[in-house]
Design a protein around this ligand. Structure first.
Ligand code: PAF
Length: 284
């Protein structure tokens, strides 16, 4: 696996591949890789000839009181995992390569960035949209792959790519879960043993609520019960919402394409998750 740290060598390598007729996939990450990320590389390998992974802990998507400084950085381990997973090229840009002096542009996807994560983390999605736009324009991949765990991020990226006519197919990858159902996330590493032992209550509660709503239970009552269950398991729920999976508008009743979205704190660690709510007529 080649490793490049700047845009010129990245583009030179991609030019070579394209001259040979290869399709290129990009997997943008912030490192601290887990099986979920490696599954994105696997999807890239199945859908393209060449896979690039980027690792960049993007300062613009962290709020003033968030975990930028303590975000896990483990370049050597991540590189070895990517190589084993069959990644062809690791792009490891420095902050200066991504945001050179005088950098003044911000990409904002209005509306979709308001609810849920956007309400709790002002400016977060501008930071995400800006860096993803940059990575897509630096590499010009045929496809780019993002995990569905960050569903709102994925919806925002799809909107941005459509609005700006960026010629790339955005692929959403299914959430990978630990045996107790907890969605894989780099931030799970912050959980201590006791917190990790109760964390499975979050996906279990979300699943039970999705099934109840699909079975005809009232949305407001179901969400209130789920919130209480989470609180009694030790979580501090931030939001728990039924919303349209595309527009992210909150829903009071179930319909095709509805999903449940949750964010809750366990100690200082914020965990997010989402699940579809079955609806009659959904494809099996
Ligand atoms: O999901 C992430 O890891 C990040 O938000 C992304 C898409 C790599 C942008 O920094």
């Amino acid at each position: 696996m080649d490793v490049v740290r700047d845009v010129a060598p990245l583009r030179a390598k991609i030019r070579e591949w394209r001259a040979a007729g290869d399709r290129v996939a990009l997997v943008p990450t912030m490192g601290a890789l887990h099986e979920g990320h490696l599954s994105l590389v696997g999807i890239g390998r199945r859908r393209a000839h060449r896979v690039i992974a980027s690792i960049f802990v993007n300062p613009k998507q962290f709020g003033a009181h968030e975990d930028l400084d303590r975000y896990p950085r483990q370049e050597a381990r991540d590189g070895a995992l990517l190589q084993q997973a069959g990644c062809d090229l690791l792009f490891l840009p420095s902050p200066q390569a991504v945001y050179p002096d005088g950098f003044s542009t911000s990409v904002s996807v209005a509306g979709l960035d308001r609810p849920m994560e956007g309400a709790s983390r002002p400016g977060h999605f501008d930071g995400v949209a800006t860096v993803v736009a940059k990575l897509l324009l630096m590499a010009f991949p045929d496809i780019a792959i993002f995990g569905e765990k960050d569903w709102q991020q994925l919806a925002i990226i799809r909107r941005m790519v459509a609005d700006l006519n960026i010629p790339v197919d955005i692929i959403g990858a299914p959430i990978l879960r630990d045996p107790d159902g907890l969605a894989m996330s780099s931030r799970n590493a912050y959980l201590d043993e006791q917190q990790r032992s109760v964390a499975g209550a979050l996906p279990r509660t979300l699943h039970a609520a999705a099934q109840a709503i699909a079975g005809g239970a009232g949305v407001a009552e179901t969400l209130a019960t789920a919130r209480a269950v989470l609180a009694s398991a030790g979580f501090k729920p931030d939001y728990l919402t039924l919303a349209d999976g595309e527009t992210l508008e909150p829903l009071e009743t179930n319909r095709q394409g509805a999903r449940l979205f949750v964010a809750a704190k366990l100690g200082p660690t914020r965990i997010i998750d989402n699940m579809p709510v079955p609806f009659p007529g959904d494809p099996k």
